[in-house]
Each structure stands twice: as structure tokens, then as C-alpha cells.
Design a protein around this ligand. Sequence first.
Ligand SMILES: Cc1cc2nc3c(=O)[nH]c(=O)nc-3n(C[C@H](O)[C@H](O)[C@H](O)COP(=O)(O)OP(=O)(O)OC[C@H]3O[C@@H](n4cnc5c(N)ncnc54)[C@H](O)[C@@H]3O)c2cc1C
Length: 342
Amino acid sequence: MMKNVDYIIVGGGYAALFFAHQLVMNGNSFLLFSDGCKGASRVSAGIVNPLVLKKFTTFWLAQEQIEFFRKTLTEIQTYTGNDYLIDEQIHRLFHDKSERNLWLSKSETEELGNFLDPEIKFLETIKNPFGTGRVNLSARLNVEAFFTDFFDYFKKNDSLSEEKFEYERISGSSYGDINFRHIVFCEGMGVRQNPFFSHIPVIPNKGHHLKVKLSVKLNHKLTLKKKHFLFPLDDELYYYGGTYDPNERPDAIDDFAEVQLRNGLSEFYPHEFEVAEVKYGFRPTVKDRRPILGNHPGHENFYVFNGLGARGVLSGCYFSKELFDHIENGKPLMPEVDVKRF
Ligand SMILES: Cc1cc2nc3c(=O)[nH]c(=O)nc-3n(C[C@H](O)[C@H](O)[C@H](O)COP(=O)(O)OP(=O)(O)OC[C@H]3O[C@@H](n4cnc5c(N)ncnc54)[C@H](O)[C@@H]3O)c2cc1C
């Protein structure tokens, strides 16, 4: 017997889950296909950050995206029962005096005053001779719990197919015995296999992270940032990552990336640590650093939601609503993110 759904979603990362959230909130039926391969989202740090931490600048719609993200998490809590916001701020370790001075002067500007805290703090256990600066409004998503709970919720509601989506099975607006009104493709770098959207210019940027056991634990739960991010996951393990590598790389751990991470951590953590896990993923990045949203020119009800780059949490959350409003209410897409810009 044919089954009817409002939407098919293909993918199981931030793009797919935040879009599914819009459907849950608006009472649309859907079936989400996730092949269980762990994409970039499941290895991400889940950091929500309004700054570019190399240069102490901000980015497009940062404040709006953070406010929207916080509101979205309270909505998700109404049906999963859990809060995924870890309200611990990033503390940026300064490399030298001049960096600290740059931070202080930027903290007085109108554009950045909301984000750069002018109080310089010195933390115990780690090397931070020039101190640290707090990024106000930054936070973390509890990545593991977020994905576990969402997938449990989908299963309970019969809206999950744990299979690879086979593009050749689409015929008109049906897929096998499923009729859909719309289909939204959220495959991250998997979009290269999608015959409808393989042309979108996403470039893989490979990132590795470590899970480490520290011999001397930190006496706080802050997110520390020097070259990479360090923060506690539970009583035992800390997350340290991720690296950035824009070159085409094989689907395997790169030893040099692990070395880079070990060295990065040793730079400010002066005690022994043990690496318990190394993982990697491919960020779907775009040259203009904007997501890619919109429909296929020949198939009006086929949509793409991709290009979340290094900011999958904030961009995935914010632009899922833009895409939803576009599809259901005819709201024009912002030209900056419209797939038609290519
Ligand atoms: C090491 C690392 C750390 C990061 N840290 C952060 C961070 O702290 N904060 C932040 O905001 N961002 C971070 N990112 C970036 C973020 O992870 C990405 O922007 C985001 O994951 C992209 O989400 P996505 O849903 O587009 O793709 P993905 O997460 O890759 O998800 C795509 C999913 O679709 C599935 N799929 C593909 N094709 C099919 C098919 N045919 N059938 C069924 N399923 C399919 C894949 O298996 C995959 O699970 C990090 C990335 C890395 C690698």
C-alpha cells in the first residue's frame, strides 16, 4: 500500500535534524533516511561561537543565529524532554601580549563589545602566561545526547528509515511505495552522489578530533581554545579538536593530523595525557562561506540544504527555518544562501 508523507529528508546530520525539527513544530509528516554512516555532525565539537577566533571578528548574522539557536533548543526540549545547551563559554588563550591587547581594544568596539569580555582571566592547571578572554554568548551543544534523543524520537514516531537512500528509486513524487510532497536533501559531502545536486560547489574540509584522558583534570568545565578546542565530555574524557584540512584526503585517519593535535594540546597542557579515540569527518564547505539552500530547476519540489561548513550547529539551526518558510509560505530565500547564486 502507498504511504503518503509531506516530506522525505535524506541525511542524518545537523541539516537534516534541524529541518526535521521545523516539521515537528509545524505538524508536517516526514520520513528521514539516514544510512548510519557518521557524517561530520557526529564528530563535531558542537561549539556555538559568535566569533572568528583567529582574528577576533564576527560573522554574518551571528547574534541572530545564537538567539534563534537558544530558542530552538527550548522547543526541542518540549518533545524530547532534554536540554542540550551546555552554557559554558569559550576562553581564548592568548599567544602573546599583542593578541591580548587586540582583544581588549576590540572589546570596546560596538560590533564586538557583546562578544569579547574585557576581563582577562588566568586559569589553573594549564599554561596561560598571557591569560584568557571569555567569548560571551558562546556555548556548546551536547552532541551525543542531541543525536541519540532525536533518533529515538524519530523511531518512536515511525519517521526514520535507517537505510541508504537510493536516488534511482525516485519516480516523479514517489520513492518506492512512499508518495511525498517535497524532498529535502541534506547529505553533507554525500551530495556528490546525488544526481540532482552533485553540481553544487561544496568542498570537503577534513577535521580530526581526539578524545583524551588527562592525568591532571581541569577544575572547571570551560571550553579552552588555543589552536583547537578542549572541553570535558564526562568524568573521564575530554574532547580536543578539530583540525582543518582543505585538501582531498582518503576516508581514513591521517597520522599527521593526530600528531598535530597531540602537539597542539601539549602546548598548553603541561601534564601527561592518553589518547582514547581519534575520529574525523568532512565538513561541507563553500568558497563564499554561506550555506546552500533552494530547489532544483527541473524538479520544483526537490530541495537542497547543504554547505554548513565549520558552523553546522548555528547555520543548520537558523537556515532550516529559512528553508521551511520558503517551501511552505513562499518566503523568498536570502540571495546570499540561495542555490541559484551558482
Ligand atoms: C572535527 C570537526 C569538528 C567540528 N566542530 C564543529 C563545532 O564545534 N561547531 C559547529 O557548528 N560545527 C562544527 N563542525 C562542522 C559541522 O560538523 C558541519 O557543518 C556539519 O556537520 C554539516 O552537517 P550536515 O548535516 O550538512 O552533514 P553531515 O553531518 O555530514 O551529515 C550528512 C549525513 O547524511 C547521511 N547521508 C548521506 N547520503 C545519504 C544517503 N544517500 N542515504 C542516507 N543517508 C545519507 C550521511 O551518512 C551523514 O550522516 C565540525 C566538523 C568537524 C569535522
